[in-house]
Write a protein that binds this ligand. Structure first.
Ligand code: GDP
Length: 177
C-alpha cells in the first residue's frame, strides 16, 4: 500500500473574520471535522484547525484560523493576520448589522494582511431562509465592487461549506503555483 507518511507541498493559512455569532466556529468545525454543535463556545483565544487535501495532485494543508471570540473585545491582533493567504469574511444572513459591518472588517483586513490575499464573502445560516435580512443581490453587489468571491452557506445543514473552502483554497493555489 505504499507510504502513508504525507509529503506536504503547501501550507495555506486562511483566517475567518466577522462579527461574533455569525457562525465562524461552526463553519470551521463543519469543514475540518464534519461536525456542528449548537452550543456556543466558552473558550477565548486564537485557535486553528488543519485539513489536508489534494489540489491538482499536490498535497495542500489548509490551516484555518478562528478568532475564537477575540472580535467581541476588538482584540483581533496583527498576529492573527500574519502570513494569511486567504480570508473568509463571514456574516449572518439573518442579521443585517453583521453584513453592514463587512466593510469595516474588510478595511481591517486590508490594513493588516498581504495585498494579494484571496478574500471570500460568506453569507452563513442560509438554512434560516425565512428570516433572511440580507438579499443575495446586496451581497453579490458588495462582493463584485470589492473584488471578493461570494457564497451563501449553512454550517448547520452543510450547504456549500466544502465548496466555499475548496474554492478559496483552489484560488490561492492558482495564484501561488
Ligand atoms: P462565531 O462566534 O462566529 O464563531 O459563531 P458560532 O460558530 O459560535 O455560532 C454562533 C451561533 O450560531 C451558535 O449558536 C451556532 O450553533 C449558530 N450557527 C452557526 N452556524 C449556523 C448555521 O449555518 N445555521 C444556523 N441555523 N445556526 C448556525
Amino acid at each position: 500500500y505504499g507510504d502513508f507518511s504525507q509529503k506536504i507541498d503547501y501550507v495555506f493559512k486562511v483566517v475567518l473574520i466577522g462579527d461574533s455569532a455569525v457562525g465562524k466556529t461552526q463553519l470551521l468545525a463543519r469543514f475540518a471535522r464534519n461536525q456542528f454543535s449548537a452550543d456556543s463556545k466558552a473558550t477565548i483565544g486564537v485557535e486553528f484547525q488543519t485539513k489536508t487535501l489534494i489540489i491538482d495532485n499536490k498535497t495542500v494543508k489548509a490551516q484555518i484560523w478562528d478568532t475564537a471570540g477575540q472580535e467581541r473585545y476588538r482584540a483581533v491582533t496583527s498576529a492573527y493576520y500574519r502570513g494569511a493567504v486567504g480570508a473568509m469574511l463571514v456574516y449572518d444572513m439573518t442579521k443585517r448589522q453583521s453584513f453592514d459591518n463587512m466593510a469595516k472588517w474588510l478595511e481591517e483586513l486590508r490594513g493588516h494582511a498581504d495585498k494579494n490575499i484571496v478574500v471570500m464573502l460568506i453569507g452563513n445560516k442560509c438554512d434560516l431562509g425565512t428570516l433572511r435580512a440580507v438579499p443575495t443581490e446586496d451581497a453579490e453587489e458588495f462582493a463584485q465592487r470589492e473584488n471578493l468571491f461570494f457564497m451563501e452557506t449553512s454550517a448547520l445543514e452543510s450547504t456549500n461549506v466544502e465548496t466555499a473552502f475548496l474554492t478559496i483554497l483552489t484560488e490561492i493555489y492558482r495564484l501561488i503555483s
